[in-house]
Design a protein around this ligand. Structure first.
Ligand SMILES: [Zn+2]
Ligand SMILES: [Zn+2]
Length: 257
């Protein structure tokens, strides 16, 4: 049994074939999916799907790309929405200095609101970070000093140093299909150093289809291909990758358990 810890089922490419996507996931052993929101206007749709589907959960959050459009986002608003029984995480949030679609200071302010919401709700944050390791680490550290919170670095592509910082803060690391790419040697090395009890897997679908599906629309069913790759990389059985990442998921996202 696999859990896809991060997917966007309401995005174009997946939303049009929702039934088939969920059926293929289940047929492939994917028994749980965390459907991630990226802007306030999609919260109700993301939560609505979780209400209809038993093993689909929801998150509420604002993607760093969308921070400029949500200048009024507060931790109180996030906490209020997170009271819903199907909302199990806060995010995705974080910093993206690769695209810089939103002002950096606005991204940082929005990120901090999410951490406050995570602390207050007791739910983990789902962190997106790209080309922004230094500021992401600094904010996570500063906020941890204000009071403990839990979370995961999703679609991890950062450095070994950043992985160490996140792990030392008690956070989890989630690997997407990127780890299966031929040119991802550095990431594959880091993957082998992540403690077994801190590792999650995800698709980030509809993006980033793993080998052997590259170029196709990614979907939650493909999380098993990333698990298979990791099993080969770590020289263990795929069943242990499945069991370990599933129990890690429920330990972190304990509201789903
Ligand atoms: Zn992301
Ligand atoms: Zn995402």
């Amino acid at each position: 049994m696999f859990i896809d810890s991060h997917c966007h089922l309401n995005y174009k490419g997946l939303v049009e074939q929702e039934r088939e996507v969920l059926a293929r996931a289940r047929a492939n052993g994917v028994q749980g999916m965390l459907n991630i929101s990226t802007r306030e206007s999609e919260w109700d749709a993301v939560i609505g799907l979780a209400e209809r589907e038993p093993a689909v959960w929801a998150s509420v959050g604002i993607h760093p790309h969308e921070a400029d459009q949500h200048g009024d986002m507060t931790s109180a608003k996030l906490v209020e929405k997170a009271r819903h029984p199907d909302v199990i995480g806060i995010g995705e949030t974080g910093l993206d200095y690769f695209y810089n679609y939103s002002d950096r200071e606005q991204q940082q302010a929005c990120f901090r609101q999410h951490i406050v919401a995570a602390r207050e709700s007791g739910l983990p944050i789902i962190v997106h970070t790209r080309d922004a390791e230094e500021d992401t680490a600094r904010i996570m550290r500063e906020e941890m000093e204000q009071g403990a919170y839990s979370g995961v670095i999703h679609c991890f592509t950062a450095s070994a140093d950043f992985a160490r910082i996140a792990l030392d803060l008690g956070l989890y690391i989630s690997l997407s299909g990127i780890v299966t790419f031929k040119n991802a040697k550095d990431l594959q090395e880091i993957a082998q150093t992540i403690p077994d009890d801190r590792l999650l897997i995800e698709t980030d679908s509809p993006f980033l289809a793993p080998v052997p599906h590259r170029g196709r629309t990614c979907e939650p069913a493909f999380v098993s291909d990333t698990a298979r790759f990791l099993a080969e990389l770590k020289n263990i059985e795929i069943e242990s990758v499945a069991a370990q990442t599933t129990s890690n998921f429920f330990r972190l996202f304990s509201k789903a358990a």
